[in-house]
Write a protein that binds this ligand. Structure first.
Ligand code: UDP
Length: 329
């Protein structure tokens, strides 16, 4: 019996593959390598280069590998891109997820764990933390495309023998502490990735998008979660479903945030590089503060994060960025 990881050649998926292998699970990956890399998939896992929207490919993998659980990471993740290419996002994230879920139902796969996002909430109504019961008002096709998949899973699970978890990620960062994988995506736009690239002179400067927000230092606040803690939450969710636990929709964050300037300071301190930081205009669509209420995941899965420390997140991200330079990617 195997576990299927879609998008296993990507950032979070490749960490999941390592976590499963570390636990002695058999793993098969489906990834079309549009943004991921075949070298990111450990050789102990089976890599099938293919599309999750293709029922023949997925059906064959589910049968041949006797898949009992699916982690679904494959998808498009750039919010501004989803605004200019909404139909592309609904195809990749919604239509293809529907095909994948149907293939799983047809094959009788019992457990499905889905990579969702805090973008399903849109701008939080208060500056407090966001709980799972908050209103769902996605403000981009990206957020909507993910929410639609959550809805399909909910309805499919009430009609068929399928249990599921939807994990809503806040700002995922960092890399495998053992240095086996990390964020390798080309042209990444995320803050910690960009700042570590500036620290290593891979870009001449970085920009801070808006310093006039109503926060203590004027910059936006986010809840940065280490990818290893995130992946651990997925593994716990799998164990929960395997032992007969109920369907679960849960936030993945630490419950406290850091401003953009705090992140920049930590990257400068950890790297020892005083790279140039330019103040720039606000970026369209940025909410002021997005911080998780993480009570549910802590309570329902006994999740105890090990890397709730911005210095550790940055240290691991920086180490991976250095390793990528040697790889010439
Ligand atoms: N940000 C920034 N400069 C960058 C990238 C991001 O100032 O080069 C800010 C961005 O405006 C937001 C925060 O950092 O306030 C986190 O952005 P990111 O793109 O990492 O994640 P998001 O919260 O948008 O998913």
């Amino acid at each position: 019996m195997s576990v299927l990881v879609t998008g296993g050649a990507g950032y979070i998926g490749s960490h999941m593959v390592w976590r499963l292998l570390d636990a002695g699970e058999k793993v098969v990956v489906i990834d079309r390598l549009s943004t991921g890399f075949d070298w990111a998939v450990p050789s102990e896992a089976n890599l099938v280069v293919g599309d999750i929207g293709d029922p023949d490919t997925v059906g064959a993998v589910l049968r041949e590998h006797a898949v009992q659980s699916v982690f679904h990471f494959a998808g498009s993740i750039v919010v501004p891109e989803s605004v200019t290419d909404p139909l592309g996002y609904y195809l990749n994230n919604t239509v293809k997820s529907r095909a994948l879920i149907e293939a799983c139902v047809d094959a009788g796969v019992p457990h499905f764990i889905f990579s969702s996002t805090a973008a399903v909430y849109g701008t939080p109504e208060t500056a407090e933390t966001v709980s799972e019961d908050a209103a769902l008002h996605p403000e981009s096709p990206y957020g909507t495309s993910k929410l639609m998949t959550e809805t399909m899973l909910r309805d499919a699970a009430s009609a068929h023998p399928l249990t599921y978890a939807c994990l809503r990620y806040f700002n995922v960062a960092g890399a495998d502490p053992a240095g086996r994988t990390g964020q390798s995506t080309r042209d990444a736009t995320h803050l910690i990735k960009v700042a570590t690239q500036a620290a290593l002179s891979k870009r001449p400067f970085m920009q801070v998008f808006g310093a006039d927000y109503p926060t203590p230092d004027g910059t936006c606040i986010r809840d940065y979660i280490h990818v290893t803690d995130l992946v651990e939450a997925h593994y716990l969710a799998l164990q929960h479903l395997r032992s007969g636990g109920d369907n679960l929709v849960a936030n993945c964050g630490y419950g406290h945030g850091h401003s953009v300037l705090e992140v920049v300071d930590v990257v400068k301190r950890v790297s020892g590089s005083d790279f140039e930081v330019r103040m720039a205009d606000r970026r369209a669509g940025d909410a002021v503060t997005i911080v998780a209420n993480a009570d549910r995941i802590r309570e329902s899965l006994a999740w105890t994060p090990r890397y709730d420390d911005l210095e550790k997140i940055v240290t691991h991200a920086l180490k991976w960025e250095e390793a990528l330079s040697r790889r010439n990617t």
